[in-house]
Design a protein around this ligand. Sequence first.
Ligand SMILES: Cc1ncc(COP(=O)(O)O)c(C=O)c1O
Length: 267
Amino acid sequence: MSATDRGLLYGDGLFETMRIEAGRALYLQEHLARLAAGAQFLQIPSLPPGDLWQAVALTIAANDVAEGSLRLTLTRGEGTGPDPVAEAGPTLVINVRSGLPYRKEQYLNGFRVRLASFRRDSSSPLCRVKSLNFLPNVLARREAKAAGGDEGLFLNGEGNLCEGAVSNLFLREKGRLITPPEDSGILPGITRRMVMDTARGAGHEVLEEEITPARLGQAEEAFLTNSLLEIMPLVAVDERPVGRGVPGPLTGRLMELYRLRKGAARR
Ligand SMILES: Cc1ncc(COP(=O)(O)O)c(C=O)c1O
């Protein structure tokens, strides 16, 4: 990669992280669609989807990864200065890794989250894009870890909870699932959408509504989602238990339904 790649100099690029299962990238089509939408918004010239599919398949095969994770990074390519003029065309990097970063005990215990000390600006169009400007997320994670937590949680400017540092938020209230709406400052997660569809398919009501910290505090249970975590029970916020302070029954049921659904998607 060039030392003047705009991804490196300005975070001028996008990325996607996905699971590899049975030697294939899970929900690749959905991840490439989000990448394409982000590229269109930032006016980064992307590569034809067929080329990306092929590059992903070749990288997984060349590294012989059966179960693990894949990160696809697309930058605007070489160039200096704030005005993006990509002379050299985009840069594509694909990293694959065997094994997953989360352990079984973490799912049994659930995540303890910490509120970030700073807020998400829900008016920024960049919230919706998985851009290389990831420092707020890194900082929120670092704060959470330093306080003994597993994940950071963001409030937006209106004082509502929007998402985790690397995850989307769900809670159960009066039997219904609630998740913050897309305009609240979240990345519209692929797993979030899959979980909403899975829950609705199983007859559960799912609503996109603002979630105040008090509402989460009174929830029956809660969980976080992302492509590598999939569904992780959330059991405490800033040391205050959520629900009974243990992984909830609907969370467990959705974890199982999600597993079945992705098994079907893989075939
Ligand atoms: C800020 C943020 N929100 C939500 C998510 C979840 O997105 P997905 O389910 O597409 O992995 C991620 C994923 O890393 C993220 O970084």
